[in-house]
Every structure is written in C-alpha cells, then in structure tokens.
Ligand binder design. Sequence first.
Ligand SMILES: NC(=O)C1=CN([C@@H]2O[C@H](COP(=O)(O)OP(=O)(O)OC[C@H]3O[C@@H](n4cnc5c(N)ncnc54)[C@H](OP(=O)(O)O)[C@@H]3O)[C@@H](O)[C@H]2O)C=CC1
Ligand SMILES: O=C1O[C@H](COP(=O)(O)O)[C@@H](O)[C@H](O)[C@H]1O
Length: 499
Amino acid sequence: MTQNNRPTALIMIFGATGDLARRKLYPSLYRLFTKGKLDRFAVVGVARRSLTNEEFQDNVKESIGSHDHLDESKMDEFASKFYYHSHDVTDSESYSVLKGLAAELDSHYRLDGNRIFYLAMAPEFFGTIAEHLKKDGLTDVEGFKRLVIEKPFGHDLESAKVLNRQIRKAFPENEIYRIDHYLGKEMVQNIEVIRFANSIFEPLWNNRFISNIQITSSEVLGVEERGRYYETSGALRDMVQNHMLQMVALLAMEPPIRLTTEEIRSEKVRVFRALRTVEGSDVNSYFVRGQYGKGKINESDVPAYREQEMVDEASNTETFVAGKLMIDNFRWAGVPFYIRTGKRMEVKSTKIVVEFKEMPMDLYNRQEGSVSPNLLVIHIQPEEGITLHLNAKKGQHSGSTPVKLSYANKGIDGLNTPEAYEKLLYDCLRGDATNFTHWDEVALSWSFVDNISEVWENEKEASFPNYESGSMGPDAAEQLLEKDGFFWWPVTNLDVDKC
Ligand SMILES: NC(=O)C1=CN([C@@H]2O[C@H](COP(=O)(O)OP(=O)(O)OC[C@H]3O[C@@H](n4cnc5c(N)ncnc54)[C@H](OP(=O)(O)O)[C@@H]3O)[C@@H](O)[C@H]2O)C=CC1
Ligand SMILES: O=C1O[C@H](COP(=O)(O)O)[C@@H](O)[C@H](O)[C@H]1O
C-alpha cells in the first residue's frame, strides 16, 4: 500500500473527556500537528457530559499545556479544529446527529471522507459503538474508515471472540487497529532492526548460542484508582496477554520474507502457535504469581494492594507474574524465555536481556564460571538503548574483565523519541497496521493465558501478599530461574547511562 505521509482525516474520539484522551491522545496529535505530519484534519470528541466546543477546546489545550517540552505556540490553531458532541453511546437516537456533524466537518475541512473512529472508552461499549457506526451510516463514506480499539480486547478467549464478532460485523479485519502501546515504543520497534539488520546477531540468534532470554517490565506505581478494573484483570491479563507476549514474539519470530504488515504479523502468529501450552498441574511450575503487600517506595510508606480502593480485602488478584515460556520450534527448542512484570516494584524499568551461552573453556581465569556470559541488553524504558556485555583485557589484570559497549538512543533529532501513542496514531492515519495486533495474535495469546488464569482463579493463593512494595517480587520468582541454573540479571545495574 502506498502511504500518504501527510494524511487527511476526521478523527472521532469516543471517550474524549477521559484519562487516555487527555494524557496521551491530545498531546500526541498536537506533536504530529506541530511536526507538520497532519494535513487537513478535524477532531470530534464524544462523551456524555455537557460541554460547549469552546470548553472542550480549553480542556484539550490544558491537557497539552501540562506536557513538558511541547511548543505551545500553535495551540490555538490546533484546538480550533476540535468539536464536541455530547452523546451517550448507548443512545441510538444520537448517532444521526453525530453523522450530520461529521458530514459538515468533512465538507468544511475537505477531509476526503476519511474517518478514524478511536474508541477510548470502557471495552463494554466497543461492540455497540461499532454496530451503530455502521447501522447509522457513519461509515458510508468515500475515503478510508479505520476503527481503533483500546485494550483490553476481551477478558478471555471467549469474550474476545464475542467482541471480535461484534466489531467484524461493522469493520473488516484490515480496518481494525487493535492498540498495544508497547508496539509503539521506539526500542520495541528496534528489536526487529537489531536482529535483522546486524549480521553479527542473526547467526547467533538461536538455541546453539543463546542460553536464555529475560524480559522484565517492572513498575513502581500501584493500581492507583484502577482497583475495580484491576480486580477483574490482574497482571496476567493486564500485561502478559498483550505487552509481554508481543515482546516475546518479536524476539522469537523468524525473519519475515518482506517487511510488510502481513508477513510480520504472520511470523509473530507462528511464534504464538509454537508456544508450549502450560496447563493444569504444570502451571505452578512454569509460572509464579505475586501480590504486593505494604512497603516503602522512595522512603515513603505505601499500602498493600488489598488496602487499595475498590479492592477486595481478601483479594486473590495477582499484581506480579513471572513465567518461563518455551517455544517448541527448531530455533528455540530448549531456550527458556523468562518474563516478569509487576506493580509496586523497586524500579520502573522495561528491559530485555539476551544471555549467550558460555565459552567452552575459560582460558583466562581458569576457573569454572569466572568469565561473565555475553549479554545483549535492550533497554526499552525509561532509558532507551542497547548494551553489549563482553569480556576484555583491562589494565594490568592478566585475566579477562567484563566491559560494556553501549548505545543510548536519543531519537533522530537528539530529543526524546516520539511517544508510543504518537507513532501509533500516525501509523493508523497512514494505514500502516504493522504495529497493531491482528486477531490471530489476540486469539492465540488469550488461549495461552486462559490456561493459567483458569488454575489461578480456582486456587486461592494462601501466601498473598507475598512481596513487599519496593522489592523485585516474591522469592518464588528467583527460584523459578534458580532451578534451571540461571538468575535474573538485575535491571537496576544494567542502565545504559551507567556504562
Ligand atoms: N488511561 C490509560 O492510561 C489507558 C487506558 N486504556 C484503555 O482506554 C480506554 C479508556 O480509558 P480511560 O480514558 O482511562 O477511561 P476514563 O474512565 O478516564 O474515560 C472514559 C470516557 O468514556 C466516557 N463515557 C463513559 N460512558 C459513556 C457513555 N455511555 N457514552 C459516552 N461516553 C461515555 C467518559 O466521559 P463521560 O463520563 O463524560 O461520559 C470518558 O470520556 C479503556 O478501554 C482503557 O482500558 C488503555 C491503556 C492505558
Ligand atoms: O497497558 C498497561 O500498561 C501500563 C504500563 O505501561 P508503560 O508504558 O508505563 O510500561 C500499566 O501500568 C497498565 O496497568 C497497563 O494497563
């Protein structure tokens, strides 16, 4: 598909007064606007509360103003393209008014009938909105129509199938953009480039040379005000089903024959198909769950998960997951992919550590295990970069010493790399679905995760809470690797800037 790099479209945001729209969508659109990446466009914000266009525009400006590093000089011009429509999405009558407003803006701004429908709302409304958009004629336009769906895409495979059937009645698969914001992160997108553009890595990228791969995504924040949602989700559904498995797929996939959306997605799907099913009594030997208790973050006392708003005081919900994933194919047979993610941990950090196998003998130190294994560390956030851990001679020392080669990614222009949402919005406007998840990926990842949640939901975890806030998770997560002869590389010491 030829892509227009300065797209034109009417962008309808359902949930326009919500947290996501204010924190992520408006600042991202503003960045695209100030960078000249949008041609003609207008935005219709939809939510129930009553607001005038002017009030809505002020809210949009305020949400952008609260972001550092944004040039505010074009704010008025930008905000003047925003319109508000007060509308309960369950009210069938109201869609005809919305249709009229869309048609008016289409002709006023010459938007070529291109429409993006962004559902930044609770998932229970996704099906209803999609159905109305079609039934009430909002999709009867000459240009492109694209539906952007936020997570969570279902609660399990069954509910995801129901949701998918509902939205597929209104939009074909190629018009559906399922957001996984990790796929918009610069260094997650870089995984493919590091692997497939470097002849020094790809020949080693297999079970002959790699001993294990570790992916950590730790957060310092707790569940904050999201207790109601999190109680039905837990870390497994919130982080593993989507972000963590997507990173596994990018690390494990075969080189695509072309860099097209279809080829890349189909290679990722093949990884999910090769994931070893973990079910029944195996679940607790491959996976560990945790729930945070009280503790200290930045020297301040913080409450336990069970003490948070909208959380059951005997909650069985996991706020931490560590797991061992096996990919049963020729390339990866025998190589564990360890994942861990949790809230209220010691640091906010997302890192991938690729640990290479040891040399057959240590000529330099003549002691077993004295040479550090080579590591390739991909720093996803907060810092972005790559570090290669090698062994070399240093100074008077006659043996080998660990040294690090580091690359800190500062973005092309030396500034921060674009926010994930900015990139994903731009991709969607240009019709590039590569960094959005295809239904097949969603279905396979749910079926993997469902086997684990089935066991965990039926077995109350008596040890909860089993890790202190401010720690790196429960002891069982350490034991998960120890029993295979490995350990978690500490994410706190691997910072690219500290090299
Ligand atoms: N916030 C975040 O950082 C992230 C959010 N998400 C996902 O994005 C989606 C939105 O999340 P978030 O912004 O946090 O949610 P909020 O609760 O902050 O916002 C919900 C929005 O929906 C509107 N709304 C609620 N009910 C109706 C209705 N019946 N008709 C019309 N509008 C309605 C609300 O406005 P009003 O009350 O005026 O109607 C509000 O604008 C969810 O699917 C969430 O899982 C995903 C990743 C991160
Ligand atoms: O999707 C989600 O991701 C965030 C973590 O995202 P990050 O970009 O800050 O790493 C997580 O806090 C949230 O619970 C989850 O829904």
